[in-house]
Unconditional design. Structure first.
Length: 596
C-alpha cells in the first residue's frame, strides 16, 4: 500500500504565508465565516476522511473494478458506503450556494479537499467531481426552474452529474457531433445519439444521474457553432422537484475495460429519444459546456497534483527503508549491512524533482483557486475581471503541467521502488496507470497548449498575459538588488526574459503562419509553467529565509533547499525549451506524411 498523510503543513503554508488567504479570500462577501479556524478544521476533517475511508478502498477498487450487467453498473465493494458517508458529512455541497442547500464556502477550499481525495482515491473522486461540474454548468446557464429542481439534489449528493461530449468519431473535434435534439412541446426535446467514454455515466451511488449532453438542433449550423447543451436525467424530474419521475430513454450500453481508474465507470451511453431540456441558448452549447470544462480542467490538474503527492510520499518512505549499497561518501550507517537508498544521489534527484514540482504546482494551483473566488465574489468589478483573466490564462497551464508532472512523479516513484514498483503489491504501478488518463481527458495536454498559445495569449491584446507577467516583473524589480536573493531572482529573471522573447516570437510567427504557433505550443506551455514555478519558488525562498529563525521542525530549511534545487537543477531546462521553440516548425513539418 502507498504511504500518505495529507500535507496540511504545506497547504497551510501556501494559503496563509505565501498567498495571503486572509486578505484575499476571507475579506470577500460571503466568505467572512471561512476563517483560518474554519478552514483548518475542514482540512483536518477532510484529511481524516480521505486517509481513513478512501485510501483503504483504492487498491481494492482497482483490483475489483466496476461491474456491468444488463445496463446496471455496480461500483466496487465499499464505494457505496464511502459515498454515503461522504454525502452525510456534507462534502458534496462544500462550495455550493446556500440557496440550494450548499455550505457556500470558498472554491479555494473545494480545491484543497479535491487534492486530498485524488491523492487517496482518484477513481472515487471522479463521481463527485463530475457532479460539481454539472452543478456549475446548471447554476450558470440553467433556467430558474431547472436550477430549483436540480441544484439542491446535486448539492446534497443525492443525485450525480455527467458530462457527455465524446462520440465514437469525435473527441477533440466536437464540431463533428452527430447527437440530435428534436423539439417536443413544452420546451422539451427528444435526444438521440450515442456518447462514449462517459465517466460516471451509470453507477449505483446516487438515486438519479443528470447527464449534460451536447447535441444538434434541426436547424443547427455545422461545426461547433451549431451545438446546444441539454440536461437529460436518468429518471425524469418529478413534479414536486423532490420525487423521481419515470425512467428516461437513456441507458448504459457497456463499460470500458481500461488501463487505470478502474473503479470509475467509463460508459457507452445510448440516448434513444430521451427527454431533455435546453440549458443556455440554442446553439450556445459550447459556451455553456466551457463553464463545466474549465472547472473540470482545473480539477484534472488537481488530480495530477494529488497523485504526485502520494507518489512522492511513498517514494520517500521507501527510500528511507530500503537498503542497498553504500553511500558514495562512505557508509552512512556502518552498523548496518547496507545504507538506505536515500543516500544515493540518483535516488535523491528523483525525490527532489518530485518534491520541487509538487510543492511548486500546489502553490500555483492554490493561487488560481483563490482567484476563482475573487472572480466570483469581489465587490470591485475591475478586480473580478483581473482575477477571471488570470484563471483563464492559467487553466491550460494547471491542467497540462500538473498532469504531466503527476505521471512523471508516478514513474519516478516507480523507479525508486525498482522491481517492487512494477509489481502490483505496493500500489505504485496503480499510480502510474491512474495518472496516465489525466494527460488525455478534458482536452489532451496538446490541446491545452494550443488553447494557451492560440486563444489565451492574444486575447484582449495580451491582457490575460499581463495578469501573470506584471507580478513576476514587479517581484524581479523589487528584489534584484538583494544579494541574499540573487540565487533565486537572477535565474528567475533569465527564464522570464526567455519567456517574454518566446511569447513575442510565437505571437508574431503565429500571425504569419498558425503552424508555427502549433509547433511551439507544448514547449511554450512547459516553459510558461517553469517560469511560474520559478516565481513561486523565489517568493517562497524569500519568505522562508526571513522565517528561518525559530524553525523548529526544519520546515523552512527544507523549503529553502527545495527552492535551491529548483533553481539550479530544474529551471535550466527552460533554456532548452526556449531553443526548441525558436527552432520553429521546419524540423517538425519537413518530412512528408508518407515518409513516416
Ligand atoms: C477514462 C476516460 C474517461 C473519459 N471521460 C469522459 C467524459 O466524462 N465525458 C466525455 O465527453 N469524454 C470523456 N472522455 C473522452 C476524452 O475526453 C477524449 O478521449 C479526449 O478528449 C481525446 O479525444 P479522442 O480520444 O477522440 O482523441 P482524438 O480527438 O482522436 O485525438 C487523438 C490525438 O490527436 C491529437 N489532436 C486531435 N486534434 C488535434 C488538433 N486540432 N491539434 C493538435 N492535436 C490534435 C490529440 O491531442 C490526441 O493526441 C474520457 C476518456 C477516457 C479514456
Amino acid at each position: 500500500m502507498v504511504s500518505y498523510k495529507a500535507p496540511l503543513d504545506d497547504i497551510r503554508f501556501c494559503l496563509y504565508d505565501l498567498l495571503g488567504y486572509d486578505d484575499r479570500v476571507t475579506t470577500l462577501p460571503g466568505c467572512e465565516e471561512a476563517t483560518r479556524d474554519v478552514v483548518d478544521a475542514i482540512l483536518e476533517e477532510g484529511a481524516r476522511f480521505c486517509e481513513n475511508e478512501l485510501l483503504p478502498l483504492n487498491q481494492s477498487g482497482d483490483s475489483e473494478g466496476c461491474h456491468f450487467d444488463k445496463g446496471v453498473v455496480r461500483t466496487p465493494k465499499g464505494f457505496k458506503e464511502a459515498y454515503a458517508a461522504y454525502r452525510v458529512a456534507g462534502w458534496t455541497g462544500l462550495a455550493a450556494d446556500p440557496t440550494y442547500g450548499g455550505q457556500g464556502l470558498p472554491k479555494t477550499l473545494e480545491f484543497l479537499v479535491q487534492e486530498l481525495i485524488c491523492s487517496t482515491n482518484m477513481s472515487f473522486g471522479m463521481y463527485p467531481g463530475l457532479s460539481h461540474g454539472a452543478y456549475n454548468a446548471l447554476e450558470t446557464w440553467g433556467s430558474d426552474d431547472l436550477k430549483a429542481r436540480t441544484l439542491p439534489h446535486l448539492a446534497d449528493g443525492r443525485w450525480a452529474g455527467t458530462m457527455c461530449l465524446t462520440e465514437p468519431h469525435c473527441g477533440t473535434d466536437l464540431g463533428l457531433i452527430h447527437t440530435r435534439a428534436e423539439p417536443l412541446e413544452s420546451q422539451r426535446y427528444a435526444i438521440t445519439g450515442q456518447k462514449i467514454f462517459i465517466s460516471a455515466g451509470e453507477h449505483d451511488l446516487t438515486e438519479n444521474i443528470l447527464h449534460l449532453v451536447l447535441a444538434r438542433l434541426p436547424d443547427a449550423p455545422s461545426g461547433t457553432r451549431g451545438i446546444s447543451l441539454f440536461l437529460v436525467p436518468k429518471f425524469l424530474l418529478g413534479e414536486s422537484g423532490d420525487d423521481l419521475g419515470q425512467r428516461n430513454g437513456v441507458s448504459c450500453g457497456s463499460i470500458e475495460e481500461k488501463m487505470g481508474i478502474k473503479a470509475s465507470s467509463t460508459c457507452v451511453m445510448n440516448f434513444d429519444g430521451a427527454e431533455g431540456y435546453l440549458v443556455g441558448e440554442p446553439h450556445g452549447g459550447m459556451k455553456a459546456m466551457f463553464t463545466m470544462m474549465n472547472a473540470a480542467r482545473l480539477g484534472v490538474g488537481i488530480q495530477g497534483l494529488g497523485l504526485a503527492e502520494t507518489a512522492y510520499q511513498s517514494a520517500v518512505a521507501y527510500a528511507r527503508e530500503r537498503r542497498q549499497g553504500r553511500s558514495l561518501a562512505g557508509p552512512a550507517e556502518p552498523q548496518q549491512k547496507a545504507d538506505p537508498i536515500i543516500v544515493h544521489p540518483d535516488v535523491r534527484k528523483n525525490l527532489m524533482t518530485m518534491r520541487a514540482l509538487t510543492e511548486g504546482s500546489r502553490a500555483l494551483a492554490i493561487w488560481v483557486g483563490m482567484e476563482l473566488d475573487v472572480a466570483e465574489r469581489h465587490p470591485d468589478m475591475a478586480r473580478r475581471q483581473e482575477a477571471d483573466d488570470f484563471v483563464a490564462l492559467m487553466t491550460p497551464v494547471i491542467k497540462a503541467f500538473c498532469t504531466d508532472h503527476g505521471f512523471d512523479a508516478a514513474t519516478r516513484a516507480q523507479q525508486i521502488y525498482g522491481g517492487h514498483g512494477y509489481i502490483k503489491e505496493q500500489g505504485i504501478e496503480q499510480l502510474v496507470r491512474d495518472a496516465r488518463i489525466t494527460q488525455i481527458y478534458e482536452g489532451t495536454n496538446g490541446i491545452q497548449a494550443l488553447d494557451l498559445v492560440g486563444r489565451k495569449l492574444g486575447q484582449n491584446m495580451g491582457r490575460l498575459l499581463r495578469r501573470f507577467f506584471h507580478p513576476v516583473h514587479g517581484f524581479i524589480e523589487e528584489n534584484q538588488t538583494d544579494p541574499a536573493l540573487a540565487i533565486y531572482v537572477l535565474p528567475l529573471a533569465k527564464a522570464f526574459s526567455r519567456l517574454q522573447q518566446a511569447t513575442a516570437w510565437v505571437a508574431q510567427q503565429g500571425l504569419r503562419d498558425p503552424e508555427e504557433a502549433g509547433a511551439a505550443a507544448s514547449d511554450y506551455l512547459r516553459l510558461f509553467a517553469f517560469v511560474a514555478l520559478a516565481y513561486v519558488w523565489a517568493r517562497t525562498a524569500k519568505l522562508c529565509l526571513a522565517k528561518q529563525e525559530g524553525d523548529g521542525g526544519g520546515f523552512y530549511r527544507a523549503k529553502i533547499n527545495t527552492a535551491d534545487f529548483y533553481m539550479a537543477r530544474i529551471l535550466p531546462e527552460s533554456n532548452a525549451l526556449f531553443q526548441q521553440i525558436m527552432a520553429g516548425k521546419k524540423p517538425l513539418m519537413a518530412m512528408a506524411a508518407d515518409d513516416f
